[in-house]
Every structure is written in C-alpha cells, then in structure tokens.
Design a protein. Sequence first.
Length: 94
Amino acid sequence: MGEMGWAALVAYAAASDDRIERYFLEVKSDVDLNTKAGRAKVAKFILGAANRDPGQVARRFGGHAVMLLGVGICRQVVMNFSARTRSLQGGASH
C-alpha cells in the first residue's frame, strides 16, 4: 500500500467509528502513551495480533496487523492532505 493508500485508510478510519475494527485493524482516536492505561491498550493489541491464526491473517496487509493511533486528532490533517493531493493531480479522484 502506497502513501495514498495509507492516507485513504486513515481518512476512512477518521470518518468512521469503532465498528470498522477487525482482527487486522485497531483504531484509537485518543491514546495517551504517557499513561499506564494507554500503553496497556497498545500492548493488548500487539499481543492479540501476535496470536492470530496465520492462515486467516495472510489475507490482509500481507499478514500484518495495523493499529492507528490518534485518528481523531489527525482527521483534519488527512482531509487537508487529500484535498491538496487531488488539486495537484488536476482534480482527479483516486
């Protein structure tokens, strides 16, 4: 997945809610990694992702799991990036 693909994924996650989460995707709008609770959320996902069925996970992200942190915070940044990219590409939508 290239830069545009990742930007599209983040934009989609920012516009959605936690119902998009799956065994390969975790979305957290606000996680404070300076707190024990915040670090525990990340550690829980890593442990869960490491213990997934290899046959099932190979279908998404090349078998990798993805955790998006701060999605709510970056919503405006992604939208601005997407609009700027479209304008640089002559208004074409991708």
